[in-house]
Design a protein around this ligand. Structure first.
Ligand code: OXD
Length: 329
């Protein structure tokens, strides 16, 4: 978790949580901050009427006109991690602190990518289709399987999720190479770290490439057609970041031409993926409808960040998970 903020103490009397926070979590906040008015999951009308009082809002996003109607607003805590749809110009011009829930879905997203890799290794998409058709696929099921053990995984984006994935993949015997923008230090499970400018060099070495990046002006289209076709023939691409990081047409061509062995797509461009997209019917594609972030433990972790940030906000300490508005994450 990054710890940055504006450094000055502030008044916090009204916190609007535009999310159906579970009662036990809401109660925990009320017990801890009895002098704070905490409004959970207000109706649209209530939300609007409370905006003039609110110093802080927790929600997926706050629109420009809502910010305009909230003159005291100094802090927005997003429910998710990605902020590409949250950043509006008023946040910077008003000096509003934006914090996110980065770190909250680390174990589950790392497990999600492992699940997709293992599914391809054991040909689960093929077997599940057999199960739906009531077909015993023994002979065919003996071909096309492989082992992750000894294969190379390239983790593009060695943030919290990328690091957690690297640890798990290494435990499966994979050789893990990390790509990161800043810093070259090895984290547990990572055998080698290279910079983004080395991506094209290391891509052809990897049997699996996992995109664990936020969507920013720098990452949009990073996996363009040429980059996708630079991947090792028969390799697998996983995207849990955001759909527009990958060129959709290039990906489709790489899959239909069998240049790629397969793709595990939690995110697509556009979302939802249109019903007539050819990706749905491909046996070498796993689509999980942007659910890798889902975990029953989400708010058990997010509430810790929120509690800490309420305290930090009030006492003037730096907040956790402050978004760098110019970097976009
Ligand atoms: C997020 C997500 O940004 O789940 O949190 O995509």
């Amino acid at each position: 978790m990054s710890e940055r903020g504006d450094g000055g103490p502030r008044t916090l009397t009204t916190l609007l949580i535009r999310f159906p926070l579970a009662e036990h979590h809401a109660q925990r906040l009320r017990d801890r901050f009895p002098d704070l008015t905490i409004v959970v999951d207000p109706t649209e009308e209530e939300f609007r009427s409370l905006l003039p009082k609110a110093e802080a809002i927790v929600g997926w996003r706050v629109a420009s006109d809502e910010i305009a109607a909230a003159p005291k607003l100094c802090w927005i805590q997003t429910v998710g991690a990605g902020v590409e749809n949250v950043i509006v110009p008023e946040i910077a011009t008003r000096g509003i602190i934006l914090t996110n829930n980065s770190g909250v879905h680390v174990p589950n997203i790392a497990e999600h990518i492992m699940a997709m890799m293992l599914a391809f290794a054991r040909r689960l998409p093929f077997q599940i289709r057999g199960q739906v058709a009531h077909e015993w696929r023994d002979t065919a099921g003996h071909t096309g399987v492989f082992e992750l053990d000894g294969q190379t995984l390239l983790v593009v984006g060695l943030g919290d999720i990328g690091q957690a994935l690297a640890q798990r993949a290494a435990a499966f015997g994979m050789h893990v190479v990390g790509v990161r923008r800043r810093g070259r230090e090895l984290t547990p499970g990572v055998a080698e770290v290279v910079g983004l400018d080395d991506l094209q060099r290391v891509l052809p070495q990897a049997h699996h490439v996992a995109i664990c990046l936020p969507l920013t002006p720098q990452t949009r289209g990073l996996f363009d057609r040429d980059t996708i076709f630079r991947m090792r023939p028969g390799s697998y691409l996983y995207n849990i970041g955001r759909g527009p990081i990958v060129d959709s047409r290039g990906l489709l061509d790489a899959l239909t031409s069998a240049h790629l062995g397969g793709a595990g797509l939690d995110v697509t461009d556009p979302e939802p993926l249109p019903a007539d997209s050819p990706l749905w019917d491909m046996e070498n594609v796993i689509i999980t409808s942007h659910t890798s972030g889902a975990t029953p433990r989400y708010w058990d972790r997010a509430i810790v960040i929120l509690e800490s940030n309420i305290e930090r906000f009030r006492s003037g300490r730096e907040l956790l998970n402050v978004v760098d508005l110019s970097a976009g994450y």
